[in-house]
Design a protein around this ligand. Structure first.
Ligand code: FES
Ligand code: FES
Length: 179
């Protein structure tokens, strides 16, 4: 018997009927079209399916859709705003943190939770955060660099917002240089 659930995904509310056994990742991908959550191992090992649920990074292959009823989900599709990359996406692009890209959405969503909780992580903290996300292309160093880039960019953006709120002049825009 199907159950009616409500999922808010990337700020859009969806009401949907799901089977009790349906996994969140399949609901996101197959029913709602958020294909950024990739299916890899389906056993909580690879992290390719990582999304945030009420701000916490979760492996959506190990969450039943019914368990997510009433929660706020963010997928990689929700990171960009008004056509602009999120600093995390910018970091992966600039630091070459992705190659095949299969792991990348999950990595980004793990980084999303990390930087919300700890805006200035050191390398060890980044490596610890992403240890549940496997990548077989980049050797991880570029991913660590990407997260460090994102942390710096987010700090700069926050400083600029503070300056703007005080009516001052934005002087930190170029702190993180383009290539
Ligand atoms: Fe979910 Fe691998 S597909 S952890
Ligand atoms: Fe290929 Fe991570 S970029 S697995």
């Amino acid at each position: 018997m199907e159950h009616d659930i409500t999922l808010t995904v990337n700020d859009t509310e969806h009401e949907i009927a799901v089977e009790p056994r349906t996994l969140l990742v399949h609901t996101l991908r197959d029913a709602l079209g958020y294909t950024g959550a990739n299916v890899g191992c389906e056993s909580s090992l690879c992290g390719a399916c990582t999304v945030t649920m009420d701000g916490d990074a979760v492996k959506s292959c190990t969450v039943l859709a019914v368990q997510a009823d009433g929660t706020e989900i963010e997928t990689v599709e929700g990171l960009a705003e008004d056509g602009d990359f999120h600093p995390i996406q910018e970091g992966f692009r600039k630091e070459h943190g992705l190659q095949c890209g299969y792991c990348t959405p999950g990595m980004m969503m793990t980084a999303r939770e990390l930087l919300e909780d700890n805006p200035d992580p050191d390398e060890a903290e980044i490596r610890e955060a992403i240890e549940g996300n496997l990548c077989r292309c980049t050797g991880y160093q570029n991913i660590v660099n990407a997260v460090e880039f994102a942390a710096d960019r987010m700090e700069t953006d926050a400083a600029n917002r503070d300056i703007a709120a005080d009516g001052g002049t934005d002087r930190t825009t170029d702190t993180v240089e383009d290539e």
